[in-house]
Design a protein around this ligand. Sequence first.
Ligand code: ZN
Ligand code: ZN
Ligand code: ZN
Length: 178
Amino acid sequence: MKFWHVVLSPKFIKNVPASIPIEEILSAIQVFSKNSGSLKVRFQFPGSKLDTTNWVLESPDTVLTELTQIKKIPIRWNMYQISEFYHIKRCNFCQAYGHTTKNCHHNIPSCATCVGYHTTKDCLSEYCFCVNCFSKNNFDHNNPSSYHSARDKRCPCYLTEIELHKKSRHYSHNWITP
Ligand SMILES: [Zn+2]
Ligand SMILES: [Zn+2]
Ligand SMILES: [Zn+2]
């Protein structure tokens, strides 16, 4: 006997006013995606704009594909962005990927902005230097591809993590024979 392992992928709706109930958001999505009844609300966290919230919804791959094509949905005459949510763990203390601050075994912080031995919030540096790209480039201080913050969403190390994350998700597409 074979089982089809359904992959649930989170979707991410950005900066929706906190006053709009989730039911209204779900019915707005339903207009565009006929299978969206299978969406599950995972969690929410504050948006980047005041009094807004980000919703993370879990969806089967079929709905994910539909929503990826839609990209935006109108709610109360405004457009809201839908995008894939990547749960990439990055340590805020040493900036390494794969663990969180709580599980960090470093005693000295690495600044996300300048790679100095101080916490990111205490940084006074005027330049950016990425600790992850710095290690990857064999500690070459003069490599310009390290001149960005470790929190930069365009950081090559971050993009690599996303690719790995996507691959690990697609792994579950395989047939599973018990
Ligand atoms: Zn760490
Ligand atoms: Zn710094
Ligand atoms: Zn980087």
